[in-house]
Design a protein around this ligand. Structure first.
Ligand code: FE
Ligand code: FE
Ligand code: ZN
Length: 276
């Protein structure tokens, strides 16, 4: 089954997201756990969750992906910024247990001049403080564009982070198509080669989700500007290959393109036609 969805607003709760997803032809979705700037989260409404679980059954929603606030930085040079990120992630993971066995994605962070090695150490420390043996949620490291001092644009960096974490079975990876292209991986001309490299360095067993975004910028630009599907430098053919690739086709795909709901609905319809 083709698992396709997009980023939705979580402001009206889980039930509303299920309804919205279903309305636009999606059977999965991504959402921010709280204000993307990292403010306090709305209390979990257990009724809303119960209604959501019913709808999810009815609509065939098996996977949902929560996204941590993108302003968190686990590897800041400021201790209070690192501590803030850790506290938010701990709280998010507690909330995730209301919808067990789902996915939680975060940006590894920016080392802000301290160097990649120091940054990676802080990210490992954070994950070792946040992850618990009891959690049912898989925490995903997102592949990044390498904008500024972002960590996680190279597969080797992600490997190094995983290697330092104690509870590795709680970890996965979310591959963002705009980000990997921006990072210098040529998925337009050499998708197979890039995926082989991913498998060799990180391992396909870690790959749990794909962010489907076209890019406004050329290969290796390190800019992180998403474009609508087929309207950027990746092009529609690349997306056709990605969603049908034997190693990817059973993963959940999430659009984070510059769209409102109608735009997402159109892109989902286009991708469904291309999925064989
Ligand atoms: Fe992201
Ligand atoms: Fe992304
Ligand atoms: Zn991005």
């Amino acid at each position: 089954m083709f698992k396709i969805g997009c980023h939705l607003s979580s402001s009206k709760g889980y039930q509303n997201m299920a309804e919205e997803a279903h309305r636009i032809g999606a059977n999965t979705f991504q959402f921010f756990t709280r204000n993307p700037r990292g403010g306090s989260a709305k209390a979990i409404d257990e009724n809303d969750i119960a209604e959501f679980q019913k709808l999810a059954q009815e609509y065939g929603i098996e996977v949902i992906l929560a996204h941590a606030p993108y302003t968190l930085n686990c590897c800041s040079d400021k201790p209070e910024v690192r501590e803030f990120a850790i506290n938010i992630m701990k709280d998010d993971l507690k909330r995730m247990e209301y919808t067990p066995n789902q996915l939680y994605n975060f940006h590894p962070g920016s080392h802000v001049g301290q160097g990649i090695e120091t940054g990676i150490e802080y990210i490992i420390d954070a994950l070792n403080m946040v992850l618990t043996a009891e959690q049912s949620t898989t925490v995903l490291l997102e592949t990044m564009a390498g904008k500024g001092s972002e960590i996680g644009s190279q597969f080797e960096e992600i490997r190094q982070i995983i290697d330092g974490v104690k509870l590795q079975d709680k970890l996965g990876v979310c591959l963002d198509t705009c980000h990997v292209s921006d990072a210098g991986y040529d998925i337009v001309n050499n998708l197979n080669g890039v995926l082989e490299e991913f498998d060799k360095i990180i391992g396909f067993n870690r790959l749990k989700a794909i962010h489907l975004n076209d890019s406004m910028n050329p290969l290796g630009a390190h800019k992180d500007r998403h474009q609508k599907i087929g309207e950027g430098t990746l092009g529609i053919q690349t997306f056709e290959e990605i969603i049908n690739h034997p190693s990817l086709k059973n993963l959940p795909f999430f659009l984070e393109t510059p769209n409102e709901l109608e735009g997402y609905e159109k892109e989902i319809a286009i991708l469904k036609k291309l999925y064989v």
